[in-house]
Design a binder for this molecule. Sequence first.
Ligand code: GLU
Ligand code: ZN
Length: 288
Amino acid sequence: MSFVTRFAPSPTGPLHLGHAYSALLAHDMARAKGGQFLLRIEDIDHTRSRAHWEEQIYDDLAWLGIGWDADPMRQSDRGQAYQDALQALWARDLLYPCTCSRRDIAAAASAPQEGAEPVYGPDGLIYPGTCRAKPVSGALPMPEGEALRLNMEMALGVLQDYEHFGFDETEPEPHRVRFTADDLRNTVGDIVLSRRDFPGSYHLSVVLDDAAQGITHVVRGEDLADATKIHVVLQLLFGLKTPAYTHHRLIRDETGKRLAKRDDARAIATYRAEGASPDDIRRMVGLA
Ligand code: GLU
Ligand code: ZN
C-alpha cells in the first residue's frame, strides 16, 4: 500500500507547537510506513502570506529533523488548475455568482424565518441562498471578479448515488468520514469556491492540490474535521479519489485554549531561541 502524506501550512505567521505536532506526526507516519512526506505552502491568501514566514517554515521543519521528499507545492503557482476546475463546475451549472457582503448574509440569516436560529458551518454562517435564484447558465462565460458558490442542492442531485456519502463505519482504520446529504444541506450549504479577489478558495485548492500531489493519507487537526465532508463532496464532483483522513487532537495551552498563530510565545522559533532542542519540542507535544 502506498502512503503519501503532507504538511500544508499557511505562511501567515510563525509555526507553533500545534504545527510541529501535526508535521511530526505526519512525517513520522510516512517514515514508519516507508512512504513519502510532502510539503505544500498554502499561500492563496496573498494579503496575509509573507515570504519570510515561508522561509521560517522551511527552517523550522529542517531544524525539527523533518525532510520532505519533493519540491514544495505552492498554491500561488496553481491558479490555472483552480481556474480550470471552476470552469468545469460552472459548465455543469453547479456554481452561481454571489454578490452578498458578510453583512448581507448575517442579515438574511437572522431574518425571522420559522423562528430558526442562524446555523454556522465550517465557513461561518450557512449561506441563506439570496443569490441562488438569479438565473445563470453554464453555457455563458463564467463571471470574473465575483465570488462563486457551489449550488449544494444541485451537487447533491448529481451525486444521488452517494445518498449516504458514508464510508463504511466498520472499517478498522480510524480514518472514516461519515455524513449524509442532509448534513451537507443543513451544516455546509452553498460554500464559496471562488473568491472575489482570487479564483479559488481553501476548500477547492486543498482538494485539487491533495490530488495533484498524489496524497493518499491526510493527517491534520480535528479543527478541520468538519471541512472534510466538503472535501469529500468536491472529490466526488471532480471524480477524484478520496484519501484516508486522520484528524488529530489539538495542542492546547495551560488554560485549555487551542494555540493560534498569534501565540508567538509558543512559536517554534521562540523555543529555539531559548535553547530548546528538537527532542524538547517532541516531548512538549507528547511525541517522545
Ligand atoms: N493550511 C491549513 C492550515 O494551516 C491546513 C490545511 C490542511 O491541512 O488541509 O490550517
Ligand atoms: Zn449572495
